[in-house]
Design a protein around this ligand. Sequence first.
Ligand SMILES: NC(=O)c1ccc[n+]([C@@H]2O[C@H](COP(=O)([O-])OP(=O)(O)OC[C@H]3O[C@@H](n4cnc5c(N)ncnc54)[C@H](O)[C@@H]3O)[C@@H](O)[C@H]2O)c1
Length: 453
Amino acid sequence: MDSLILHGEKKMYKISILGTGYVGLCTAVCFADKGYNVLTSTYNEKNIKLINNGIPPFYEPQLEEMLKRVVQTGKLEAIYGREKAVLESDISFLTVGTPSKEDGSIDLKFIKTSTQEVGKALKQKRDYHLVVIKSTVVPGTTRKIVKPLLEKHSGRKIGIDFGLAMSPEFLRQGRSIYDTLNPDRIIIGEYDEKTGSTLVKLYKEFYEEKVPKILRMSLASAEMIKYANNAFLATKISFINEIANICEKIDNSNVDLIAKGIGLDDRINPRFLKAGPGWGGSCFPKDVKALIAFSERLEINPMILNAVIEVNKKQAEQVVSMARQELDELKSKTIAILGLSFKPNTSDIRESPAFKIIDHLLRNKVKIKVYDPQAMENTRKHYQEKIVYSKNAIECITDADCCILVTDWNEFQKVLPKTFKAKMKTPILIDTRRLYNSIEYSKVIQYKAVGMM
Ligand SMILES: NC(=O)c1ccc[n+]([C@@H]2O[C@H](COP(=O)([O-])OP(=O)(O)OC[C@H]3O[C@@H](n4cnc5c(N)ncnc54)[C@H](O)[C@@H]3O)[C@@H](O)[C@H]2O)c1
């Protein structure tokens, strides 16, 4: 490891990324685009073919053009399994999924199997190797589970033969590439000083003149930061959603103005104060649940976190009850849903509020029509023939009794009030994101928005 590999004039570490999801593939592509030789490893043969042909297995802005470029220059290759990836690199980042178990606690099965494979590969390695956990894992995982598995399967000693770090990822889907290249800060949890300084060196090389603030700490503190971060953001959204629900009962109130007003207090700040249909996605729900389960094991009752989840569960019902109020009876009505992904600029539908709203409506025997710019394929896999799929927003709202805008994709802004009026059976619009101008739209159609009266 000390003898860095020479590429042209620059000495650069060789990188392997284990796991090719949002975090893995975006990290891999960014390293490769900066000139690092990157191997990205998965057990999914279909994804290997796609990636090596320059086709991302999921939608993320900028990803496709960058992937094509780095595949063409030969800087990135996707390979099967972990062995070659570890043997032919200096630093391995573990980015595998850490889903929830039935009881909400973290499921570490992919972390464990991948760690075993890394350990077996390390057995064959002579040079120092650095293993970095980037997946979100509950405090204690890196030291109490990853370290012993690596030592057992490699027969080698941490601190001497290999280093171990936990460096949580904070990228946001929909802007994964931008966030990877421009993080607010870097957190390094380190087993020992050599591990930490090796990783600092890599990050400094990677970010060159734009090195973000780097904080070094224990493995457990780094693990906990990721959970505290996501739990705090989820709390902020549940908080403003609760305020939005109150606003709906106050004449002439608008939650966006409340958010702006409190956001100008720099102890609060305006970001993540956007009321809506509730939070979803691949991280907040599972991470808040995992933190609750983790706390309960420590005999702590996490009252705030439980309330954050409860408020979020109710938010989809709140949207449905707005529709019920406007339509009197839901049964046999046709409702158009605009936006299915859990937020704009992603095809990811995991824990999307749109799905919670659709499920409620289906239970009420509503006919559902849907449209989303990127998430149609994933939605079709989930609902199959239970709902109707439209080719665009206009087709979706045509002949509907009510439209619920769930995900605020930019392109939905182009649907004018006169179009809602002309195309819908009854022009009722429930805008869960306040995407439209309430004054203009209210003049032409029946316009209702979350957080406004
Ligand atoms: N998505 C985000 O916005 C985000 C942000 C920060 C941190 N994280 C964390 O990073 C980690 C990865 O998240 P992601 O969104 O990239 O996940 P993902 O679901 O997109 O991908 C997970 C990857 O895990 C690997 N995997 C799946 N099944 C496997 C198996 N049987 N054996 C071994 N590996 C397997 C695959 O490479 C898969 O692509 C998680 O811990 C997540 O909490 C995610």
